[in-house]
Design a protein around this ligand. Structure first.
Ligand SMILES: [Fe+2]
Length: 327
C-alpha cells in the first residue's frame, strides 16, 4: 500500500505563460506539484504509480530484499524521469564496490541528470541526491554523505538519504560519523514514522562498532520489534553476540530469525557466515561444512546474479545492505 501525500512546492525556475488577450491575469510563476513518498522524499514526478514502486524499492533497500532491482525498474518504466529511482540505481551499483558495476552506476548518474533537467531542476531533495551520487562516483564518499546529511537537515523525514549516508560511512569505516549521524537522526525522528525501525537498526550497528555493546543490543532488539524485516538490526545483535562470546545465544538468535534473513538478497550469505562462525567456535565443524555446502546457497546466488543483471540494478548491496554484506 502506498501512502502518497500531495504537496505543492515552488520550483526554482520561472515559466512565463504564452500571451493571450483573454487571459490577462495569468500568473507568471507556475507551481509544480510534488509527490512526497511514504519515506518522506519529495519527488517532482506526479506519477503515483512510479512513486509507489519507488517506495517499495526503498523498503527493499532497507530490508535487503532481492526484489529491489525489479521495483526500481518498474518505477522507471512508470516514469522514466523519476530522478530518485535513477540515483538509487546508481548508488546500488556503486556500493557493490566492483569494477564491473561502475559503468552501470555512471550510466544511472547520466540518466538521473537528464531526468533532473527534464524536471526543470527537480525538487531540492532530487537535486541533492543527484549531487551526492556525483560526489560518490568521484570517490568522495565522505562529501557525498555530508551532502546527504544536508538534505536531511532540510527535509528531516527523508529516510533514503539517511540510509545511503550510513552505507557510505560503513564502507569508509567511519564509525564516529556513522554514530553521530544516527544519533542526530533519532533525536528528531517521530516514533513510528516510516523508516524509524530501520534507522534504529543503523544506530544499533553504529553502537556495536563503537563498542557500546549493551546499548547496541537493546536498540537492535527494539529495531526488530518495530521492523521485523530489519536484517541490518538483526545483524547488529549478532555482532554483539560474537563480540561477547555468547556463542549459543548467537546461534539461537540467527536460527530464530532464519525466516527473515533467508529472504534477503546476498546479505543472507553474510548471515549464514555469522552462523557458521558460531558453529566453528563450538567445534561443530560438520555444521560449518553443511552451511557452506548448502545447495540453496549456490542456487540463491545464481538467482540473485540473474535478477541483478536482468534488472540492470543492484538488488542486493544495492542498498546499504550491500555494505552489510561485507561487514
Ligand atoms: Fe557482520
Amino acid at each position: 500500500m502506498s501512502f502518497i501525500a500531495r504537496d505543492v512546492s515552488l520550483q526554482s525556475r520561472m515559466r512565463v505563460e504564452p500571451p493571450s488577450a483573454l487571459q490577462i491575469d495569468i500568473p507568471r510563476f507556475r507551481f509544480k506539484p510534488a509527490t512526497v513518498d511514504r519515506f518522506g522524499f519529495r519527488h517532482s514526478s506526479p506519477h503515483n504509480e512510479a512513486v509507489a514502486a519507488f517506495e517499495t524499492a526503498v523498503h527493499g533497500v532497507a530490508a535487503h530484499k532481492p526484489s529491489t532491482g525489479a521495483d526500481l525498474s518498474r518505477a522507471i518504466v512508470a516514469d522514466p524521469n523519476l530522478v530518485a529511482a535513477h540515483v538509487l540505481k546508481g548508488f546500488a551499483n556503486l556500493i557493490l564496490a566492483r569494477e564491473e558495476f561502475l559503468a552501470p552506476a555512471r550510466g544511472a548518474y547520466r540518466d538521473a541528470r537528464a531526468a533532473l533537467l527534464a524536471a526543470g531542476g527537480g525538487t531540492g531533495d532530487e537535486a541533492a541526491l543527484v549531487q551526492a551520487l556525483g560526489e560518490a562516483l568521484e570517490g568522495r564518499f565522505s562529501r557525498a554523505a555530508m551532502r546527504l546529511d544536508e538534505l536531511v537537515e532540510e527535509n528531516p523525514r527523508a529516510f533514503l538519504p539517511a540510509k545511503i549516508a550510513h552505507a557510505l560511512r560503513f564502507m569508509l569505516g567511519d564509525v564516529s560519523q556513522m554514530l553521530a549521524a544516527s544519533t542526530r537522526l533519532l533525536k528528531r525522528w517521530p516514533l513510528g514514522a516510516p523508516g524509524f525501525g530501520f534507522l534504529l537498526g543503523c544506530h544499533a550497528f553504529a553502537l556495536e562498532e563503537s563498542g557500546d555493546l549493551g546499548a547496541a543490543e537493546r536498540v537492535g532488539r527494539c529495531a526488530i520489534e518495530i521492523e521485523p524485516e530489519d536484517a541490518w538490526g538483526l545483524h547488529a545483535v549478532s555482532h554483539v553476540h560474537e563480540m561477547q562470546g555468547r556463542t549459543r545465544e548467537g546461534i539461537a538468535w540467527i536460527e530464530r530469525s532464519r525466516p527473515i534473513w533467508t529472504g534477503c538478497n546476498n546479505f543472507c550469505f553474510h548471515m549464514a557466515w555469522h552462523l557458521a562462525l558460531f558453529h566453528l567456535e563450538t567445534g561443530a565443524h560438520d555444521r560449518v561444512v553443511a552451511i557452506y555446502d548448502d545447495p540453496s546457497r549456490r542456487t540463491t546466488s545464481a538467482m540473485w546474479r540473474t535478477r541483478f543483471r536482468s534488472s540492470g540494478a543492484s538488488s542486493s548491496k544495492a542498498s546499504p545492505s550491500a555494505a552489510a554484506g561485507t561487514s
